[in-house]
Design a binder for this molecule. Structure first.
Ligand SMILES: Cc1cc2nc3c(=O)[nH]c(=O)nc-3n(C[C@H](O)[C@H](O)[C@H](O)COP(=O)(O)OP(=O)(O)OC[C@H]3O[C@@H](n4cnc5c(N)ncnc54)[C@H](O)[C@@H]3O)c2cc1C
Length: 562
């Protein structure tokens, strides 16, 4: 089988082992047949998004071919900050734990101006969540753990050294030409999922473009190996004495590697700035002249916020960086791409099983285009604040920084990169609007908040998100109604507070009452959750007809704008 060509032990090795992996080329049987072989799903790109999507589909029982032009995992200074939501999705895909075990967990950020601390913020200021706000983990580890998981799933056919060079879309699929070291071959796909990164050759092959803004600034991003006793927090400086007039960001990564991100200004020469003799003095200015460190990797970037007008083009669907791009301030790139993958996976699974009309895929487009706009808005605001476009904007920015030392209101204006949170899909056609009054943030379209639970008779904590079904879930605060047991494809979970009359018969005990609090639930309240753990309907007292209608709506909505 082609997959065995990957050195499995290296996937759990150190960063150096992982970056050294060169996956050998293996000829595939599809190359030796007269007629192109038909596949239901072909994913182009084995980055974090393509791999997450492949695992999700395979776990749902769908066979998937994944094509990647490369023979290596991610190299160099790419993503490091992975959000709580991404970890929760990866938990469902069976890879959250290795990511957390290896990664550096953090919740706290600090903002400095010149040589003074301005304020600090906590991205997860409450207890009762399994996962931290963020982990920092090099993208090559992320990809290694995803590849390891993909290799455990026989439905995933991972083909390296396989570059897609032509795409002929049709109403019922697409024909894909794959270039290999042995020459070209063709395969047929019912669906092509383009996860081929920001330059997306598939976007070009379809004659599509991304539109948006390129920011006139350059950033030096350096990964430095050193022993340092800085705390595990995100530190952001405006105009520090060691790099006057510009910004600097510092993050801890595993293996004593630190990410330092220096704003350089638009006039900086990227080639000059990449030379170690120019990078080392910048790092010494930050760490002290006697600091002992090794430079692991450095790149100079210009950032952009762009997106395709539409993510769904018939049977070719774009996800991740191929569909949208943001500047890294806020860590939204890979995090939002993994959310694309989870949104698309359950919908495509339903369509392939003929349990939903193809219009459901259009709702992927509508929901994730809405999320991309929100991300781009946040990322643009942060980048504009960090890189003021005019003298007036710089004056405003500096005034906000000066006021933030003393005044709480000004801290809300300071923007060092608001960090990734999942979009609430407020206007999704899949939501059933509330018919009753609820408090709090868990409205239709929101991702369910986690909470600690336990099973009756078992002292161990289990987490609410982990207890959900892989399809739809109905959470009942009280006994499960008899009619709900008959609902196809629905996992019913009855939740009780400790000591409540039906506690012994409940599926889950809300040990700290946090689930009921976060969901503003009373006896009889029910929440309907989609397979991607977004709330799609809720009732104070559900009836069968209402729940069936909400389920129908969540699976068969015709495309309309969100
Ligand atoms: C400096 C920097 C810091 C960042 N920090 C963060 C962060 O902290 N958090 C975060 O969430 N994001 C961050 N990002 C963004 C993150 O790296 C990307 O959003 C993420 O890699 C996108 O994943 P993807 O799977 O969509 O695309 P990619 O990771 O680009 O993967 C695309 C894959 O497609 C393959 N491919 C391309 N063309 C073809 C073809 N023709 N045929 C077959 N295969 C093809 C490529 O080889 C590649 O493997 C950062 C980015 C940069 C540059």
């Amino acid at each position: 089988m082609p997959n065995t060509a990957i050195p499995l032990e290296a996937l759990r090795g150190s960063g150096a082992d992982i970056q050294a992996i060169q996956i050998p080329y293996v000829r595939h049987p599809d190359q030796d047949v007269a007629e192109p072989v038909q596949h239901p799903v072909v994913i182009v790109g084995a980055g974090p998004v393509g791999l997450s999507l492949a695992i999700d589909l395979a776990q749902r029982g769908q066979p998937v071919v994944v094509l990647d032009n490369d023979c290596k995992l991610s190299t160099g200074s790419r993503a490091i900050c992975f959000s709580k939501r991404t970890l929760e999705i990866w938990d469902r895909l069976g890879v959250g734990q290795p990511m957390v075990d290896k990664g550096v967990s953090w919740n706290l950020g600090k903002v400095f101006a010149q040589d003074q601390s301005l304020y600090q913020f906590d991205l997860l200021p409450e207890d009762g969540h399994e996962r931290p706000a963020f982990i920092n983990l090099q993208q090559y580890y992320v990809e290694a753990y995803l590849v390891e998981r993909a290799l455990q799933l026989p439905l995933i056919d991972l083909r390296w050294h396989s570059k897609v060079t032509a795409l002929t879309p049709r109403a019922d699929g697409a024909s894909v030409t794959v270039e290999t070291p042995d020459g070209d071959y063709r395969i047929e796909a019912q669906w092509v999922l383009a996860c081929d990164g920001s330059r997306s050759p598939l976007r070009g092959l379809l004659g599509q473009e991304s539109h948006g803004r390129i920011f006139r600034d350059r950033f030096l991003i350096a990964d430095v190996k050193m022993h340092a006793d800085f705390p595990t927090e995100r530190w952001f400086w405006f105009d520090p004495p060691f790099h006057p007039g510009q910004s600097v960001l510092l993050h801890r990564q595993p293996d004593d590697v630190w990410r330092v991100d220096f704003q350089l200004g638009w006039d900086a020469d990227p080639e000059e700035e990449k030379r170690p003799e120019n990078i080392v003095p910048r790092i010494r200015a930050l760490l002290g002249k006697d600091a002992d460190f090794e430079l692991e990797w450095a790149s100079v970037y210009t950032f952009a916020c762009l997106r395709m007008d539409r993510f769904v083009h018939g049977r070719v669907v774009f996800a991740g960086d191929s569909a949208h791009g943001v500047s890294p301030f806020g860590a939204r790139g890979a995090n939002s791409g993994v959310q694309d993958a989870e949104n698309l996976a359950w919908k495509l699974d339903r369509v392939l099983r003929a349990q939903a009309d193809e219009a459901l895929i259009d709702t992927y487009g509508a929901e994730r285009e809405y999320a991309a706009d929100e991300n781009i808005r946040n990322s643009t605001r942060a980048t504009d604040f960090i890189t003021p476009k005019s003298e007036i904007s710089r004056l405003f920015r500096d005034a906000a920084l000066a006021l933030a030392r003393e005044h709480e209101f000004a801290r809300r204006i300071v923007n060092s990169g608001r960090l990734s949170v999942p979009a609430t899909l407020h206007y999704s056609p899949l939501n059933t609007p509330d018919g009753e009054v609820f408090d709090g943030t868990q409205l239709p379209g929101a991702v369910l908040s986690d909470a600690p639970m336990r099973r009756p008779g078992d002292a161990a904590t289990i987490w609410l998100l982990r207890a959900l079904g892989s399809d739809f879930t109905l959470l009942h605060f009280g006994p499960t109604p008899a009619w709900a047991i008959e609902l196809a494809g629905v996992t019913n979970l009855s939740i009780a507070s400790e000591g409540e009359a039906h506690a012994a018969h409940a599926d889950l005990l809300d040990v700290q009452g946090l689930a009921a609090k976060r969901l503003d639930a009373r006896a009889g309240t029910s929440y309907l959750l989609r397979p991607d753990q977004h709330v799609c309907a809720r009732w104070r007292r559900p009836d069968e007809a209402g729940v069936r209608a909400a389920l129908q709506r969540a699976c068969s909505a015709t495309a309309s704008a969100v």
